[in-house]
Design a protein around this ligand. Structure first.
Ligand SMILES: Cc1ncc(COP(=O)(O)O)c(C=O)c1O
Length: 426
């Protein structure tokens, strides 16, 4: 009998079949996936950081089922319904009030919304993004994406007035880093942009991932994030965080921005917000959000009743211990990865916040070892652990278990990973 992969290749174009794996899956439960050939896999990918409370959490399923019995879709631009308004109320409370939310479907769509809001609220044209950033694949979000040129190939003639700054990746800093502090170099190169390429008063927004995702799980130094806030305040620019991947408990805080003590003017989020159901949002200061007037943005399915009901259940799980567990388990996991680094110096860097962790594989100094990374990921899958890479050169392995992960499951993953290094380096 043909496998799901073989059947898919006949009806789905290569753009949708060149996946990380050829696995067919039939069930997900907690931290595990079950394949159609009877395997049980420890899933440290979670639909690429989307199932933040694990697969099929019973409370999420119950909330979604209950909602489905009453209303599946009516359109948020036509009517109001409880799960939509209640989720907005709960999230605005959770982020400290003085906020408003606009719901969409995907991360890219939320970022397109964020670009539009920045332009609309400031009546300015330009957007600044960062090298290695990933903001999505729609025409707007793609123009802000600079983690891999493959995402942009043949689509040039992208949204104009987008400028690319250097993200403060201290592991690969071209200048020496003292005491883990951000070298002035990164601030200076940013300011030079304003002197040479774009006038700051033409800039509508600066969009930044508080922990870069696709680009390699890179955490910026606190000073740089504060510097971004200062630049925005000085020139009336909107500071936009992209919390599509790093939000919703992922880094051991409800939103990653809490690690830096910096409040953006607004931020996008998706993935974990719907616990596996399609949902995204732009969340921002009331004063800014109120400037976004009828007709300026919209969409048919955004804030779907079932997705919002799942989102409410998920938020409850995260706030009732999930976030705390992500912080605790993240610290434990990172410590285990640092131990592995001592054993295997090919691990050049261990980084990340909470349960958004990565190890970078290097050779000849800090050159990317993509071949070893691929081998490690393939070997891990053979041994029952699902992992994927990140980084421009696909030489980092990212670990994105659910916020509900147990110490036992982390130990299981680390034991498998350790044996993969033994196999791949012998
Ligand atoms: C930081 C970030 N922004 C935006 C996106 C795009 O989200 P989506 O794939 O839901 O459009 C992603 C997806 O990986 C992401 O990681």
């Amino acid at each position: 009998m043909a496998s799901l992969y073989e059947r898919a290749c006949k009806v789905i174009p290569p753009v949708g079949t060149a996946r990380y794996t050829k696995l067919g899956v039939v069930k997900g439960e907690g931290s595990y996936l079950y394949t159609d050939d009877g395997r049980k896999l420890l899933d440290f990918v979670m639909g690429i950081g989307a199932n933040n409370v694990g697969h099929n959490h019973p409370l999420v399923i119950e909330a979604a089922r209950k909602q489905m019995e009453n209303l599946v879709h009516a359109g948020h631009n036509v009517v109001y319904y409880e799960s939509y308004v209640a989720l907005a109320e709960e999230i605005t409370k959770a982020v400290g009030g003085d906020s408003m939310i606009y719901f969409s479907n995907s991360g890219s769509e939320a970022n397109d919304g964020a670009i539009k809001l920045a332009k609309y609220a400031t009546e300015r044209p330009a957007i600044i993004t960062f090298i290695n950033a990933f903001h999505g694949r729609t025409m707007g979000a793609m123009a802000l994406t600079a983690s891999n040129s493959a995402y942009r190939k043949h689509y040039e003639g992208l949204m104009p007035s987008v400028y690319y700054a250097r993200y403060p990746d201290l592991y690969h800093s071209p200048v020496p880093v003292k005491d883990g502090k951000c070298p002035e170099f990164f601030m200076e190169q940013f300011k030079t942009m304003f002197d040479t390429i774009v006038d700051p008063y033409s800039v509508a927004g600066i969009i930044m991932e508080p922990e870069q995702g696709e680009g390699g799980y890179i955490v910026p130094p606190k000073e740089f994030v504060h510097f971004m806030r200062d630049m925005c305040d000085k020139y009336g620019i909107m500071l936009i965080f992209d919390e599509v991947q790093c939000g919703n408990g992922r880094t051991g805080k409800l939103y990653c921005q809490e690690h830096f003590g910096v409040r953006p003017d607004f931020f996008s989020t998706a993935k974990g917000i719907g616990a596996g159901f399609p949902l995204s949002a732009v969340i921002g200061k009331t004063s800014v959000m109120k400037k976004w007037l009828p007709g300026a943005h919209g969409g048919t399915f955004g804030g779907n009743p079932v997705s919002c009901a799942a989102g409410l259940a998920s938020l409850k799980i995260l706030r009732n211990g999930g976030i705390e567990n992500a912080a605790k388990m993240g610290a434990y996991f990172k410590e285990q990865l640092l131990q592995l680094q001592k054993k295997y110096p090919v691990i050049g860097d261990v980084r990340g916040l909470g349960l958004m962790l990565a190890i970078e594989m290097v050779k000849d100094g800090k050159k990317p070892d993509t071949e070893l990374t691929t081998k490690l990921i393939d070997t891990a899958l053979d041994k029952g652990l699902l992992l994927i890479s990140c980084g421009t050169y696909h030489n980092a392995i990212r670990f994105i278990p659910p916020c509900t992960v147990s110490k036992k499951e982390i130990d299981e993953a680390v034991t498998i990973l350790d044996s993969c290094f033994t196999v791949c380096l012998s």
